[in-house]
Write a protein that binds this ligand. Sequence first.
Ligand code: Q9C
Ligand code: ZN
Length: 340
Amino acid sequence: MQVVHSPLHARHDGGVELHRGELVPMYESPDRIDHILRAVQAAGMPVIEPREFGFEVLHAVHDPAFVEFLRTAYPRWQAEGRGGSMLPSGFPARSLRRDRVPEGINGMMGYYAFDAGTPIVAGTWDAAFAAARCALTAAALVSEGARAAYALCRPPGHHAARSVYGGYCYLNNAALAAQALRDAGCARVAVLDIDYHHGNGTQDIFWWREDVFFASLHGTPETEYPYFLGFADERGAGEGEGRTLNLPLPRGTQWPAYEGALDVALRAIDTFGADALVVSLGVDTFEGDPISSFALDASHFVAIGERMAALRLPTVLVQEGGYAVEEIGANVGAVLAAFA
Ligand code: Q9C
Ligand code: ZN
């Protein structure tokens, strides 16, 4: 199985984040990718660079004004004499809310972001756009006949909605891959999101859609990030009614309960009749993950890969989270093994 990777990811390094009351190095760090790269190379998988695309390709799932904001945010910030990292300092929450896009860069940040843990730095656009191209290239390989392809994306994408960024995510790589498969002729595409956190962005993008099924297993938003979406009663709307499946699980979830939920998601995808599968592959469900609380180990990741592969669908795997850096390569490799 081919691995699509761009060294441009390293241009994005958010530096620090506030975690449990302290400033700590960002968990979403460039060395995550170095570890995965070593693991896939050791497993003999060929690594290729993404193809070229114009940024307009992003408009398939993102608002053009949002894309323009991300593309120009840092140069605008610099033009105002600033440096370092950009974080929003105010959000249009409830009582402040009006449907008006601010003109200033600080207001725009608060308008488009949904958290204050997703900094924009000088290289963020280059990295995020490269990650999007990795996902689009993997989708192209699969639509050209590959059984599967793996997009080693960084930064991750599943928290990014049509015109919202957050959760370490800027552009929704998995949603771009799913839409690309649709555009290449797959009538029905399923997205299976196994990152520890709910894929609120992917859900938002396909909420009204009949042709793209979104299923997610995640830590319950009652206690877990992103807190506001991912409840079991969110099932899609309009033509998309019933095309969203949320399987929230409590903190501390172990393999037996996880396996049961995974089977529910896989059966639903089978019933939907997907022609292709996109996997939002987060391995922050690992027992050693520093920001999550499930209890899966490498043997469980092997089983997850085997079960997903047993759907026998053309599959694009897109890297999302996973912050236990020492083990991330082994954990991702364990999932990929069944496709390789
Ligand atoms: N430090 C993904 O796994 N946590 N995103 C915020 C403040 C954000 C996780 C806590 C977790 C985002 C792709
Ligand atoms: Zn996550």
